[in-house]
Design a protein around this ligand. Structure first.
Ligand code: UD1
Length: 438
């Protein structure tokens, strides 16, 4: 299994280019199931979750072409016929976002069979709100053998029916799943308490380009007028705000001078505001953020919130920064109940962190020293990479397949701006197993 070895101490200098957003690309790929015409998606990141989605769609009978390289990062998906509208446990267990196919499949085919995701490293992560919403849209749902089956009533033409849906809790993929389903429902759907993440708005932009009639995506109320049919479209995926935020923190931590290019600073407001409290100096342009990290870091409390608040997907990286800030930072995780797995590994590197339920108390300013550490989930791995960049000596990060799920070419990108980083095979004996992946 691959490991990443990082020798800490180098400031990050130069320019790094941000890839397309994984969390926007995944629902957009699922949206291609809604039409029998080709959907062309550009700025697709080259990460493992995209490859998993390709396999998922191909297993149903869709033709998926993935092209990478200088001019590419493009996929063309054509779901002309869908022989098997199913998502197997084998795929759902490696990527929970696979459940995003539930809504589009039942809307297009009148039936869908999708494995329930089960538990994961960062919390329970049920899909009850996706299921409830589909029931409101008229789907009949049964659960058996670890799978959820959704069907429409053939007496009613096999179509879903527009409805009023109020989410009990804000859910990103739940909003996306039902948004896709409602585009092909008969009549109007009004969804309230929706996720306002830029990835939801990006999905709606694609769906509208495919002929859907969606208003209000990116706000908490979304209105969808169902249409008979959707057609093919071409769409460019938005930049990855979490990758951008990770590099911004990397620059601040290492005392570098880094231009984070090809991002959308409007999506980074909460992150940049928090970092300003930490004493990080940034210069924002239309599509880039320059981080001038040569300033002492100060502690600041941080709470994760739904967008536009501080993203839970940046909490682990923020904690790495807090270990090096003067003073005590209280980090409160409000979205997932068990998302502090990285804290124990940071402690093994010399950090002073105490966990009290949903709060982590980080006493900053302790020097970090290199160690062999285990990545437990995608963003936890990113936090270990950040800590390693400032640790004394050579840190070896195991289970980097988590990192590969969501960061394109991270070692090449970091190397390009001065980090000492390499990827290697099995170079140290196994430690005790970490909890299951997210
Ligand atoms: C998405 C992101 C993930 C991010 C998360 C929160 C993708 C592919 N993934 O995950 O990176 O960390 O948003 O910003 O976009 N919940 C329920 N019932 C449901 C659905 C969710 O109780 O049916 C709960 C979850 O357990 C969690 C909270 O709602 O506590 C938010 O989860 P949700 O927004 O659904 O996360 P994902 O969409 O899975």
């Amino acid at each position: 299994m691959d490991k990443i070895v990082i020798r800490g101490g180098n400031p990050l200098l130069g320019t790094v280019r941000i890839s397309g957003a994984k969390n926007a690309a995944l629902p957009c790929m699922a949206a291609a199931l809604l039409t029998d015409e080709p959907v062309i998606l550009e700025n697709i990141p080259q990460v493992r979750d995209i490859e998993t989605t390709r396999k998922l769609l191909a297993a149903m009978g869709a033709e998926v072409e993935l092209g990478y390289g200088r001019a590419h990062h493009r996929t063309t998906i054509c779901a002309r016929t869908l022989a098997a509208p199913e998502a197997s446990y084998e795929l759902v267990k490696t990527m929970r976002a696979s459940t995003l196919v539930l809504g589009p499949l039942v809307a297009r085919c009148g039936r869908a069979r999708v494995s329930l995701p089960g538990g994961c490293a960062i919390g329970a992560r049920p899909i009850d709100l996706h299921i409830k919403g589909l029931e409101h849209l008229g789907a009949k749902i049964t659960q058996e053998h670890g799978y959820v089956e959704a069907t429409t009533d053939p007496q009613k033409g096999g179509r879903l029916k527009g409805a009023e849906i109020v989410f009990d809790k804000i859910t990103v993929t739940g909003t996306e799943d039902l948004l896709m389903a409602a585009t092909l429902a008969d009549g109007e759907t009004v969804m309230q308490n929706c996720a306002r993440e830029p990835e939801v708005a990006d999905l709606a932009a694609l769906l509208n380009a495919m002929g859907a009639k969606i208003h209000g995506a990116g706000t908490s109320t979304i209105r969808i007028k169902g249409v008979d049919k959707l057609h093919g479209a071409r769409h460019r995926i938005i930049p990855d705000r979490i990758e951008a935020g990770t590099f911004i923190i990397a620059a601040a931590l290492t005392g570098g001078d880094l231009n984070v290019a090809g991002c959308d600073p409007a999506h980074l407001t909460a992150i940049l505001q928090k970092l300003a409290e930490n004493g990080v100096k940034t210069a924002v342009k239309a599509d880039s953020v320059r981080v001038m990290g040569d300033h002492p870091l100060a502690a600041a409390d941080m709470n994760t919130e739904e967008y536009p608040g501080f993203p839970t997907d940046m909490q682990a990286q923020y904690m790495a920064l807090a270990t090096q800030a003067a003073g005590t930072s209280i980090v409160t995780e409000n979205i997932f109940e068990n998302r502090f797995m990285h804290a124990q590994e940071l402690v093994r590197m010399g950090a002073n962190i105490k966990i009290e339920g949903r709060r982590a108390i980080v006493r900053g300013g302790t020097p970090l020293s290199a160690a062999a550490v285990l990545a437990s989930d995608l963003r936890a791995s990113a936090s270990l990479v950040l800590a390693a960049l400032v640790a004394d000596g050579e840190t070896i990060i195991d289970r980097v397949y988590h990192l590969d799920r969501g960061y394109e070419n991270i070692e090449e990108k970091l190397k390009g701006v001065g980090a000492e980083i390499r990827r290697v095979g099995n170079i140290f004996p196994k430690r005790a197993a970490a909890p299951a992946q997210s």
